[in-house]
Each structure stands twice: as structure tokens, then as C-alpha cells.
Design a binder for this molecule. Structure first.
Ligand SMILES: Cc1cc2nc3c(=O)[nH]c(=O)nc-3n(C[C@H](O)[C@H](O)[C@H](O)COP(=O)(O)OP(=O)(O)OC[C@H]3O[C@@H](n4cnc5c(N)ncnc54)[C@H](O)[C@@H]3O)c2cc1C
Length: 404
């Protein structure tokens, strides 16, 4: 490396940094207000923000060209740059760790449809929910649905390569649908990757470096995704006395090669009770598993659902049925979506939660482990444990409410 590559990162803004940013973006889209800086630095996990970590400025570019100019300026001034969607990433990657310029992508929120070519393009700042709504109007489906979808940006999801817990095992990750990207490299060069055809390249594919790249390799300024036709859906559930039977039912579903549901969720008996009580429904007398089967026609979806139910029925559930009534499904689903905050409300606590991911062959044992997650731990072992999660993706979340 050359000597100049080692120049120290600046901890104070140079006098004209803000002016230069304002020249690029106009003053309207540059902020150095304390409020904006804190808002764009904190993520959704609690932590103590140090004053020295605060950004010099928050920049809100409206085009790849503006991003490019910001990056060239940052190189010239030797200041760090952090890319920010909505700051909902849970593992700290959207959290700046040094002062610098935060590039907030929310102005890049245009969506354009190219239905004749089978794809759409959007800016990284569109929220997942907005894109979902635009696609649904045209009878397409967005294969991404994290719990944060109302505010999470599509740029953040692509940079994390997560489709959310709902969908992975059935439809895959965002990277499976992204045909190409426009990205701005750290030196300010603007590049295009991928294809406008529907066949993604074999071998080395530059797009893959940015999908899941956590913003390390550049700023994604435009995303091209394949259009996925919408599905018909059928809903089903089963109640098990023992969680281990529920886990064996999931194993069977895989081993018996049933059509994979779009997603399969579960809640143990305690968790189901809270969810059902809040929705004014009679709680099940055991642990609940519920799932959505999809198909091109309603008949396909219903047939797939009946196939899946066969695997659960083989494990002697207390009940295993189709949910015919859409309203019941909606209530159940909204209870599941908000269960984390319901537990906190009911227990008047903050809850801490872990993520346990099992291999298929060890799922029942792993479920046992997750149920005793707090055993032997000081303080935590005396508190109740709630178990829920995305069991179709072999993922469980033991949650322990900590009294405030
Ligand atoms: C309530 C809740 C539920 C969640 N549910 C799930 C879930 O079910 N499954 C799951 O996998 N995850 C889930 N998540 C986490 C999920 O991964 C994030 O919500 C989402 O991926 C981040 O989107 P964001 O816009 O907030 O990105 P940010 O947090 O702002 O950024 C995430 C990362 O991407 C980078 N980045 C953002 N935009 C760009 C860009 N344009 N170019 C380059 N890099 C960029 C950032 O620098 C950062 O490293 C959940 C989070 C919350 C708060």
C-alpha cells in the first residue's frame, strides 16, 4: 500500500465540508442538525450513543451522480461514509462507528415497471411495503417480507440479502430475483451490473458482490428485479400437545417431500395464549403451528395444503385443519406479527430474544434445547420463557421477558 492510503480518518469536519455538500445537493438535502444526526445514527437496538460517533452531516442524494460526487468529496477530505436505509438492521451494520457523512437513501424512491420485459426497477430508498403495494396492484408478488417491511428499505434488504423469515425456504433470497444493479463505487465511479434479460449470468456475477455486501463495496443506487406473478393462497393450522411432535411434523413435511408452504410459523402454548387473548379468540390448548400454501390456482393451493396437513396428522395433533375463514387467518397473523410487543405489554417487561437455527435431522432435539434456553442461567432461569418462530425455516426464537 502506498503511504497516502494510510492517511488518518478525520475526526472533525473540515470547514468547508458542509458547504461543499450543499453545493452538490442544495442546502435542503444536507443536515447537520443534532436531531437528524442522532436519528440517522441510532438503529432499533438499545445502546449508548457516544458523542464522538455522531456524523458530521446527513446527506440525502437524489441520484447516482450526486452519490458519486459525495463519495469523491469524502475521498478528497478523507472522511468516512456510511450508507443508511431505515436503520432496522438488527446486527449493528447500519450503525456508524466513527464520524463521517451518512448517505440516507430515502429520496431514491422511484419505481418503474417494464412488464413487457418481465422486470421492475426501483431506487434503494423505497420501503418494502410500498413496493409490495405497487406490485399487488399489478397482480405480482414481492418475495421479501421481513417483520420490518413497513419501514425497511429495499436497498437495506438487498444489502442484507434477506427476504425475511417468511419466505426463504420456499422462494429463496432477494439475490435469486435481482437481475442487475446500478451502484456507486467508493471512488465515485458509477457502474451497472447484471442483465435486462431474465436469465441471470452463470459464474462470476458482479451483482452478487453487492447483494449481501452490507454496503461495504459501494452504494446501490438502483435495483432491477424479476416480476413474480402473484399466487393463490390457502391457510392451515395444527395444535400439538408436545412441541417435540410439532417439530417432528415439520421434519416429516420435508422428508415426505410435501409442497413447501410459503411460510410456517409456530407459537408455544404460553405464547399462543397471549396472542389469542389479545385478539379476543379462545386460545388453543397446546402449541400452535400455522402455515400458508401457495399455488397458481386456488385448487393448487388447497391441494398443497392438504398434502402438508397429512405430515402433521401423522404426529397425532390435537387438531389439524384448513382455515377457511379469512378473517380468522388475518387475526391470527396480526397476533403473530405483534406478538413480541404483546408479550412485553402483558408481562410489563422488555424481552430479550435469541435466534436458534437447527439442522433438519436434529430439529426435535434443538427444539428441546430452545425450550430450556434459560436453564441454569443466573436470573434468567427464574423468568418465564416464550418460544415462537419460523419453524418452516427451522428457526426458533426463545424470548425471555425481563421486568422493567
Ligand atoms: C421489527 C423487525 C423485524 C425484522 N424482521 C426480520 C426478519 O423477519 N428477517 C430478517 O432477515 N430480518 C429481519 N429484520 C432485519 C432486516 O434485515 C432489516 O430490517 C432490513 O434488512 C434492513 O433494512 P433497512 O432499510 O433498515 O437497512 P439499514 O439498517 O439502514 O441498512 C442495513 C445495511 O445495508 C446497508 N445499506 C442500506 N442501504 C444501502 C444501499 N442503498 N447501498 C448499499 N448498502 C446499503 C447499510 O449500510 C447497512 O449495512 C427485522 C428488523 C426489525 C426491526
Amino acid at each position: 500500500m502506498r503511504e497516502k492510503d494510510h492517511m488518518p480518518i478525520r475526526l472533525e469536519p473540515s470547514d468547508d465540508l458542509i458547504n461543499r455538500l450543499e453545493e452538490i445537493l442544495t442546502p435542503q438535502f444536507v443536515s447537520n442538525s443534532l436531531f437528524e444526526k442522532i436519528k440517522n445514527t441510532l438503529d432499533c437496538m438499545p445502546y449508548d450513543l457516544q458523542k464522538e460517533q455522531l456524523a458530521f452531516a446527513v446527506a440525502m442524494p437524489g441520484s447516482a451522480k450526486e452519490i458519486s460526487e459525495i463519495l469523491r468529496l469524502a475521498n478528497e477530505k478523507k472522511v468516512s461514509v456510511f450508507v443508511r436505509g431505515s436503520g432496522t438492521q438488527l446486527a449493528g451494520s447500519s450503525r456508524p462507528h466513527a464520524p463521517g457523512i451518512i448517505i440516507n437513501t430515502h429520496r431514491l424512491n422511484q419505481v418503474e415497471f417494464f412488464e413487457e420485459d418481465g422486470f421492475f426497477e426501483c431506487g434503494p430508498g423505497c420501503t418494502c411495503a410500498d413496493i409490495q403495494a405497487e406490485l399487488e396492484k399489478r397482480n405480482y408478488f414481492l418475495p421479501m417480507a421481513p417483520g420490518s417491511r413497513i419501514i425497511a428499505s429495499i436497498g437495506g434488504l438487498v444489502s442484507n440479502n434477506t427476504s425475511g423469515h417468511l419466505i426463504d425456504t420456499c422462494l429463496g433470497k432477494p439475490g435469486d430475483y435481482i437481475l442487475g444493479l446500478e451502484a456507486v463505487l467508493p471512488n465515485g465511479d458509477i457502474i451497472e451490473t447484471g442483465t435486462k434479460g431474465l436469465r441471470r449470468p452463470a459464474g462470476t456475477d458482479l451483482t452478487k458482490f453487492f447483494v449481501g455486501g452490507d454496503g461495504l463495496l459501494g452504494v446501490i443506487s438502483r435495483i432491477r428485479m424479476r416480476l413474480v406473478p402473484n399466487f393463490r393462497k390457502s391457510f392451515g393450522f395444527a395444535v400439538f400437545e408436545r412441541l417435540s411432535s410439532l417439530a417432528k411434523g415439520v421434519q416429516r413435511m420435508y422428508h415426505e417431500k410435501r409442497p413447501m408452504p410459503l411460510f410456517t410459523e409456530f407459537m408455544d402454548k404460553n405464547t399462543s395464549k397471549i396472542a389469542f387473548d389479545i385478539k379476543g379468540m379462545a386460545p388453543p390448548d397446546g402449541s400452535l403451528i400455522f402455515f400458508v400454501s401457495i399455488g397458481k390456482s386456488q385448487r393448487d393451493a388447497s391441494e398443497s395444503l392438504l398434502e402438508v396437513l397429512k405430515s402433521y396428522k401423522a404426529e397425532n395433533p390435537m387438531v389439524a385443519e384448513v382455515i377457511e375463514d379469512h378473517e380468522t387467518w388475518e387475526k391470527l397473523w396480526s397476533a403473530r406479527e405483534l406478538i413480541g410487543s404483546y408479550i412485553q405489554q402483558q408481562m410489563k417487561s422488555y424481552s430479550i430474544s435469541a435466534e436458534v437455527v437447527s439442522t433438519l435431522s436434529r430439529l426435535p432435539e434443538c427444539m428441546e434445547d430452545a425450550m430450556t434456553f434459560n436453564a441454569g442461567l443466573p436470573v434468567l432461569s427464574e423468568l418465564p420463557l416464550f418460544l415462537l418462530g419460523h419453524i418452516g425455516a427451522l428457526t426458533m426464537h426463545p424470548a425471555i421477558p425481563l421486568p422493567k
